[in-house]
Design a protein. Structure first.
Length: 546
């Protein structure tokens, strides 16, 4: 900027400031360059005697992704009032970005009308893509799909935008459906589309479709070598319960990134291979010359958490900045607090929170609150809830969650009056619990079970089988062994209904019925339950089916 002022002065002394073309060059630099100044650009624009569509579009674009996106709409309105200019295909994409950033649905609808008025609704790919992005950003899926369906010349970018939007809004099934429709239409997916589709398979636990995608990737040379696609494959197999296949894919990747290592570390953590997750920190430096980032280190901490490796977890937290140049963030502290709580060291967890170099977020106090629930520590629970309510004041979901946990802790401690008081407060707030959900894939079809739902086509058979399984379990008076890291911890559970929640039981039964001669992979709230289900199948011998 220090060179800009003399240049601007030269423009004025030589008369170039009267040239819209010359000033537009200065405007572009000040508005869009990382070394520019947007407020100075606005002053330059104000001095232009006859602004054209390019100068308007420059400021509309600059402000759309700035901290002040409403100013982008202001310049668009100025443009509409200027009889000498007319919005074009370079105007609308950035105006729509501004509408999404200020979450102004009404303005977006008005912009859509202007798009149609200018004849760009069916002719310009960038404008149509921007409309889809806008409606997805405002969670208006019906309008986004309508714009998408009206496009006669679909391209891979538009398909990927809609797929990504669906997945980000928790509608992975719809996202995968878009991918399938794209293939039917003859549109060849690029690496971004394939990565998005694999993410959808991971979220759904749709292993069969994920395997088909893997085969598709192997047939296209450009996709096989792509690090993003390889990482997505690893993540998909991990979340579908196929850790061995995930390792095979990972080891065969020609170019592994930090994200690839983070995905593999997360997979080891999820499946209880804590030592392998820790070893990856050394391997990624030796084999690929890479240093772990915050995500990879969080994965290792999570692995230590699952395995109860308190010393290793504490050592990593204390030394991650010195060794790897990554300062611990809230998520790292939350994980360590949870690890300490699981070890019964609640006071030490509280001490760690007090020593944090930044103000703890609700997630950190939430980890302590969960530990208080598991160890019936009422005093610390009250401290944690008080802090959560101070931090999340006005956030109903967080406040309600804290109240529910505190009420349960009071009940477990026999403090019925306190529990009743909290329950009354919860009732007065009109809290409604979101029902649990479990999914299982059988022969490529994903079956979903929601707590309390009796609408499944085979619900009567499911209940009958559950009765049989429960009777068998009680008769055998079995003990269930959960694998945790390299150790086995024994835990007795009677009857079977105490072992899992209702939706998981329904899922298990459906897998028993349908999956005896089929490949079944299950997903609980988006995460794999394959190991748990297979363990149950072994325990029950599967002979109850005979």
């Amino acid at each position: 900027m220090h060179q800009l002022l003399p240049t601007h002065a030269l423009f004025i002394t030589t008369g170039l400031h009267r040239s819209t073309y010359a000033v537009s060059k200065l405007l572009t630099f000040t508005a869009l360059s990382n070394r520019g100044d947007l407020s100075y650009a606005a002053l330059l624009f104000a001095q232009i005697h006859t602004p054209n569509s390019f100068t308007y579009n420059t400021l509309i674009r600059a402000y759309s992704n700035s901290p002040h996106p409403h100013l982008s709409l202001r310049y668009f309105n100025l443009m509409l009032k200027d009889d000498a200019v007319w919005p074009n295909n370079h105007t609308f994409p950035f105006v729509l970005v501004a509408c999404a950033n200020v979450n102004c649905m009404l303005s977006g609808l008005q912009i859509h009308n202007w798009v149609l008025k200018c004849g760009l609704g069916s002719s310009d790919s960038h404008v149509k893509t921007a409309l889809i992005r806008f409606y997805l950003g405002c969670n208006v899926l019906e309008n986004a799909r309508k714009v998408f369906d009206e496009i006669t010349d679909l391209d891979v970018v538009q398909c990927n935008v809609l797929m990504t939007g669906y997945i980000q809004l928790g509608l992975a099934g719809e996202g995968l459906s878009v991918f399938q429709d794209m293939l039917v239409s003859g549109i060849e997916p690029d690496e971004f589309c394939v990565t998005t589709a694999l993410t959808a398979c991971a979220d759904l636990g749709a292993l069969a479709q994920g395997k088909w995608l893997h085969e598709y990737v192997q047939k296209r040379e450009g996709l096989v070598a792509d690090a993003f696609v390889g990482t997505a494959l690893v993540d998909m197999y991990v979340k579908c319960g196929c850790i061995d296949t995930a390792v095979e894919v990972f080891e065969s990747m020609p170019g592994r990134s930090v994200c690839s290592w983070a995905a593999m570390i997360g997979g080891f953590a999820l499946h209880g291979y804590a030592r392998k997750a820790v070893d990856c920190l050394e391997r990624m430096q030796v084999e690929d010359g890479l240093r772990p980032d915050g995500v990879a280190l969080l994965g290792v901490l999570t692995a230590c958490n699952h395995a109860g490796l308190q010393k290793e977890g504490q050592f990593l937290l204390d030394n991650m900045e010195a060794r790897y140049g990554v300062a611990p963030k809230h998520e790292h502290y939350s994980c360590m607090v949870d690890l300490l709580c699981k070890a019964g060291q609640l006071e030490k967890a509280l001490e760690l929170i007090r020593r944090m170099p930044m103000k703890p977020l609700a997630s950190v106090w939430g980890a302590l609150l969960s530990g208080c629930r598991n160890h019936n520590n009422v005093d610390l629970a009250e401290v944690a809830v008080k802090e959560i309510l101070l931090i999340e004041k006005g956030d109903r979901a967080e406040e309600d969650g804290a109240y529910v946990q505190l009420s349960n802790i009071y009940l477990a401690a026999g403090k019925c009056e306190d529990a009743g008081r909290i329950r009354k407060k919860i009732g007065d707030r009109g809290l409604k619990k979101t029902p649990g959900c479990s999914m299982i894939e059988i022969d490529g079809v994903v079956n979903e079970f929601v707590s309390g739902d009796v609408s499944h086509l085979h619900i009567a058979n499911i209940h009958a089988m559950l009765e049989l399984v429960s009777l068998y379990a009680i008769h055998k008076r079995f003990s269930v062994y959960f694998e945790r890291s390299d150790k086995l911890t024994q835990q007795r559970k009677e009857p079977l209904n105490d072992l899992m929640n209702l939706t998981t039981l329904w899922l298990l039964d459906w897998g028993l019925r349908q999956g005896m001669n089929s490949e079944a992979k299950s997903s609980k709230d988006g995460n794999s339950s394959k190991g748990r289900s297979n363990h149950m199948l072994n325990l029950l011998d599967c002979q109850i089916m005979g």
